[in-house]
Design a binder for this molecule. Sequence first.
Ligand code: MTE
Length: 313
Amino acid sequence: MLIVPPREIPASEITPPSAYLRRREFLAGAAGLGLGALLGPAAAAPLAGAKSPFSTNETPTPRADVTSYNNFYEFGGGKSDPAARAGSLTTSPWTVEIDGLVAKPAKYALEDLIRPSALEERVYRMRCVEGWSMVIPWIGVPLAAVLARAEPLGAAKYVAFESLVRPQEMPGQKGLLQLLPWPYVEGLRLDEALHPLTLLAVGLYGETLPNQNGAPLRLVVPWKYGFKGIKSIVRISLVETEPKTSWNLQNPREYGFYSNVNPRVDHPRWSQATERRIGEGGLFARRRPTLMFNGYADQVAGLYAGMDLGSYF
Ligand code: MTE
């Protein structure tokens, strides 16, 4: 395997916040002029960040697969629905509320919450509970840095996340297409949320997030099944008790709160021992063994010392 050492990116190569946000304003303006259709939902702004040493050196999944094979039920339940339908989502302006057990609750404009000088590129493996995986070059900031700004109080034990509810732009939130109760909600234990691997992503493949991947802000927790990566986040709440999570509400027997990638704990309807890497020869590709904590055991196993992971799945 080719090991590429992390490259230091000079500050001059990193897109300043103002530039990427001006580009978003330009796109919003262009949409008003009817140019949006011309530019298309995939017209993303460049983003950069030095490559984090937390990155895997596995070959990234082709961008075309990462942006066309998605789960985002606000736009329907089919893998191609998000890419086909999420272009309708307005992602600028965007506000994120941080509230609950914090000394400084606040509503932040996205550009005030995420400082582009803090952006990093992290190439992470993603294992979906459905049995497939991808390798994605994310761009984002550690969630811990964002939470620190709100100053969590001692009583805070968990972090609850909430996605956007906007049925007029999200066809999966109205009528017969509704497959889940809205908003989509997720949660982490506070120590999981503060772990340095936990990322709030604003981009992938060197550009702002395509809508179908959760624009403009989503969670990435690489040692948990992909559904923990809540998309289009509008609220982050510090709370005392374990938060509700969408898939657990939908089917508690099949989806637990922890959702750690674990080849030894099968889904009630299928094995979790192996996975199919998207972009590698379709259904006939060799299946890879799934790794404990998706390969991040050295970093995160300690968080679960003494816990029965068969019960806390
Ligand atoms: N977030 C929201 N708001 N709505 C969703 O339906 N699906 C989850 C997760 N985040 C989902 C979501 C699931 S099931 C997966 S596997 C990942 O997003 C997929 O992320 P990707 O499309 O970027 O690969």
